[in-house]
Design a protein. Sequence first.
Length: 282
Amino acid sequence: MADAAVSKAVLITGCSTGIGRATAIRLAERGWTVYATARNIGSIADLADSGCKLLPLDVCDEASMQAAVSTIETAEGGVGVLVNNAGYSQDGAIEEVPIDEVRRQFETNVFGLARLTQLVLPGMRRQGWGRIINISSMGGRLTFPGGGYYHATKHAVEAISDALRFEVRPFGIDVVVIEPGAIRTAFEETSLSTMSPNGDSPYGELNEVVTKRVQATYRGRLAAEPSVVAKVIEKAASARRPKTRYVITAGARMLLMTRRVLPDRAFDALLRTQFRVGKPSD
């Protein structure tokens, strides 16, 4: 890491629950200057007790993002580490998800991440050091039925990160992708709440199967606690030469290896054993 004049201040998005909250607490307790953020600052008020500085931040609002970055740059000289964690999963069949909800999914998971990254990069370039840590998912490298739009946003995060890593390396800035598998957070509940009611939907049976698979995955023994991800994020922030990608959970590693070796049709056949859906009647 660079000399004492370089800001190591950490900006973390989406700290109200799960990975963001666990990361804010871990880093603050280990001496990092942490700016924990959320749309509703009241939801993270208790993080001040762990030593975090609190800021309101909505990654879908330009003025909010500019204000947060400006506040940190004024106080610290710059954002040293950006953890792009804010995001959620929009579930449902591709045909049935309202297009406005698709736009909202991309606005939160992709455009907010991209814009906040643009805002912190000038300060990182000025000081010749920085870390951008993007929270992707194993779902950024494979796709499950019923989650196509969420997967699309995480595939986008992977592509943005790969291009950015090359572009900013000459300025002393590292870009790291974190790819968690199933983590016990509010992700499961939020994910399933976005799915349209079955009703008379031609995808009703698929929706039921997806619901059961999501519940089994996030409540199963292979799911990890948010603290596991927070530990890896700390490693990515502090390592002299961080990895470009960190895959988290044994289940994620196994699935990614399976996807890598199987042709498309073979992987589709595997998915059909897990997402059994009857033949449509019409």
